[in-house]
Design a binder for this molecule. Structure first.
Ligand code: 5GP
Ligand code: MN
Ligand code: MN
Length: 332
């Protein structure tokens, strides 16, 4: 079954040319690593492609091979100041939990576009013409490593570093429950291929920007716990980002603080983007399936890490999400 999926995905790539590679809005380490890994293998096969994301590549990830060639869109749908010139028939989506996660890059898909959907989210509904999905994979990068093997391509340091970055970031530094024996075997091969593991861990996981520390300080000052101490949450606003000089990418990891509190089952982060726009991040200590909680509000993700968006005021969003988490806790 899995080997058939791998062969089908390999055929999608081999039989076509001129691809658009996209990942999810507000891309993370796995999204960008997976984008450049697909670009790398298309390069090796002598194929043409364009990499596109709705937003810019987070600055922390700009060291990745060819990441500077990933185009990002402005409000008008143009990329890097260039108006959209054309659309693409062959689209490869990586790390997108569902179709909506491609965001406005959809404007670049031809009406008769065919999609190869490569992903590891259990809530993925298989929106592609061809789907390469392994829900217990630690990262989309893990799936791509297998695809590389299927295509008979030899690792070099560039692609090994990208794959390692995807694995490292999506496993929180090889710590989450998704860190399987296969992940460690892959990490071993990647290190042998020349990846500098300690340097990547330092750069991607340890180092903090001043803005990151200041937004952490502000977020923690607002920490709240439910009466039974099983739910903890923080909230931040766009004004907070402005005041502290933090960027959206500086919010990564903030949701772990409420989750890490002893006894807490679910940690939440509410990021208010506007009067009626809130992004919710959910993290579970293991017993509550937060992907299901997020799905109740049209979002998705993994059992222990999920998210959704609300077109409601902050207070109303907090009320609804906490209510749903309480229901999930009561059902345990
Ligand atoms: P984060 O909280 O770090 O933004 O996201 C955690 C996980 O939930 C990620 O795996 C991400 O793909 C997923 N996720 C976050 N927001 C959404 C959303 O709005 N919709 C869906 N389907 N998944 C989301
Ligand atoms: Mn991701
Ligand atoms: Mn991922």
């Amino acid at each position: 079954m899995w080997t058939e999926q791998l062969k089908e995905a390999a055929a999608f790539i081999r039989d076509r040319d001129d691809f658009l590679i996209v990942s999810h809005v507000q891309p993370d380490g796995d999204a960008i690593s997976s984008t450049v890994t697909v670009a790398w293998l298309l390069d090796k096969l002598g194929k043409q492609y364009t990499m596109l994301n709705e937003g810019p590549v987070p600055s922390r990830l700009r060291f990745l091979w060819k990441s500077s060639e990933i185009r990002s869109m402005d409000e008008a749908g143009a990329a890097d100041g260039q108006p959209q010139a054309r659309t693409y028939r062959n689209v490869i989506c990586v790390d997108c939990a569902d179709y909506a996660r491609v965001g406005r890059t959809e404007q670049w898909f031809a009406p008769d576009a065919e999609l190869l959907n490569i992903d590891h989210h259990p809530t993925n509904n298989g929106f592609g013409r061809v789907n390469l999905m392994k829900t217990h994979a630690a990262a989309t990068a893990e799936i791509l490593f297998e695809l590389l093997d299927e295509l008979g391509l030899e690792l070099d340091t560039d692609v090994a570093t990208a794959i390692y970055t995807g694995l490292l970031t999506d496993t929180g530094g090889f710590r989450y429950s998704s860190t399987s024996p296969l992940v460690m075997a892959m990490a071993s091969r990647l290190l042998q291929a020349g990846v500098n593991g300690p340097e990547l861990a330092e750069h991607l996981l340890e180092r903090m920007t001043p803005g990151q520390l200041r937004i952490l300080q502000r977020g923690l000052s607002r920490l709240e716990l439910s009466e039974d101490q099983r739910i903890a949450w923080l909230w931040v606003t766009s004004d907070d980002l402005e005041d502290t000089g933090a960027t959206n990418e500086d919010l990564e990891g903030l949701v772990n603080y409420p989750r890490n509190i002893e006894g807490v089952e679910v940690g939440l982060l509410f990021k208010q983007n506007g009067e009626q726009s809130v992004k919710v991040s959910m993290r579970s200590a293991g017993r509550v399936n937060v992907a299901e909680v997020a799905q109740a509000f049209g979002g998705g993700g993994h059992v222990r890490a999920a998210g959704c968006r609300f077109a409601e005021p902050l207070a109303e969003t907090i009320r609804q999400v906490i209510g749903q988490v309480r229901k999930a806790l009561d059902a345990l």
